[in-house]
Design a protein around this ligand. Structure first.
Ligand code: 5AD
Ligand code: FES
Length: 362
């Protein structure tokens, strides 16, 4: 006899089939899933929501992912690279406004000049923030030496999405060349863990050719890899990318949105003490998207503090929210939103993944 959703939700561990059932749940079953994930979140990570001030400091990128708006081949993009002083100003803003942590994100580059620049910047950010600001970086695939250098300079968390744990699917959404290899992505995640970073990964949800089986495997992959942080969001097509040709095969934006919420909810039950970010892409679909994710399981939000002049040029996907607001506006707006989602902002705290601490003490 098949199990009911209630029965599945009483278990502590899920099989792939259980996960698929949960991801396909609707109406009352979906409500039961969200009630359980919300309860799990409150029990294990509490109501605190942590801020990561996001600085998208450059859209110059050597990669050519077939879905991404800032891919190297997109000649319609105005490329920018924010000056170090501006980045430091944003870091100071994050520090003074008690964000606790900063995320530095950019397109991927790995020339020596860039590597040295990031190292210097990390040290300077530590200095201007009295050594207090936590720093997450998200600058793609690098050598182990580079990851180590940046770790030694002060970064302690790294985000590198696997995009999909299914190698065949990964290959379908990336160009077929050495620069876009699933093995390399996996190897990089291993390096990050070995060095001692709090390691974050994630996937896009609703990409062409993706199945429920793939998504269930993605969650099991995160669990097996013992990941500390996760950021996953809906795929949103961009008309200046090759993947746009499959736009008619996609599920509706609303379905991608619901599925992302369910992925977050199932993951929260599976990995109770990790940090889960509420992806900005959720807000591109539903104005209250990020708040909904906080309610059902996410505990991290990344207010954009990139200088406003450049925000409109960092469009990985279309319809991106908050490209006109300044950093101050974002803080006020976030606070109101989080209160609305019944959360409390953990001002001035690093908000480390509790999972990471336990992993370190094992
Ligand atoms: N839709 C949603 N997410 C995207 N990303 C890139 N392009 C898109 C898109 N079109 C995500 C990828 C990448 C992260 C920086 O942005 O998952 O890892
Ligand atoms: Fe790979 Fe942007 S080019 S995610």
């Amino acid at each position: 006899m098949t199990k009911s959703i209630e029965q599945i939700l009483q278990q502590d561990q899920f099989t792939k089939d259980d996960i698929i059932r949960l991801l396909q749940s609707k109406n009352e079953d979906e409500k039961a899933l969200f009630a359980k994930s919300s309860e799990t979140k409150l029990k294990y990570v509490g109501r605190n929501v942590h801020f990561r001030g996001l600085v998208e400091f450059s859209n110059i990128c050597k990669k050519d992912c077939l879905y991404c708006g800032i891919r190297a081949s997109n000649s319609a993009v105005n490329r920018y690279d924010i000056a170090d002083e501006e980045i430091l100003k944003a870091a100071k803003f994050a520090y003074e406004n008690k964000y606790g942590s900063l995320v530095l994100q950019s397109g991927e580059r790995s020339d020596q000049k860039f590597i040295d620049r990031i190292e210097k910047l990390l040290k300077e950010i530590k200095k201007v923030s009295n050594n207090e600001l936590g720093i997450t970086i998200s600058i793609g695939e690098q050598t182990k030496e580079t990851y180590q250098k940046w770790f030694d300079a002060g970064a302690h968390r790294y985000l590198l999405r696997i995009e999909s744990s299914n190698k065949e699917l990964y290959n379908k959404i990336h160009p077929k060349n050495e620069d876009h290899s699933h093995e390399t992505r996996l190897k990089c995640l291993k390096y990050l863990q070995e060095i001692g970073y709090q390691t974050g990964t994630g996937v896009m949800i609703g990409i062409p050719f993706q199945t429920y089986d793939d998504l269930a495997n993605d969650l099991l992959f995160m669990q097996k890899f013992d990941i500390d942080m996760v950021g996953m969001g809906p795929f949103i097509e961009h008309d200046q990318t090759p993947m746009y040709q499959y736009k008619d095969q996609l599920m509706s934006l609303n379905d991608r949105f619901r599925l992302t919420l369910k992925m977050i909810a199932v993951l929260r039950i599976m990995m109770k003490d990790i940090n889960i970010a509420s992806a900005t892409a959720l807000q591109a679909i539903d104005p209250l998207g990020r708040e909904k994710a906080l309610r059902i399981g996410a505990n991290i939000i990344m207010p954009n503090i990139t200088p406003t002049t450049e925000r409109a040029n960092y469009l990985l996907y279309q319809n991106k929210p908050c490209i006109d607001e300044g950093a101050d506006d974002c803080t006020n707006c976030m606070e109101a939103r989080i209160n609305m989602a019944d959360g409390v902002i953990g001002y001035g705290e690093w908000g480390d993944s509790q999972h990471f601490r336990k992993r370190q003490n094992k």
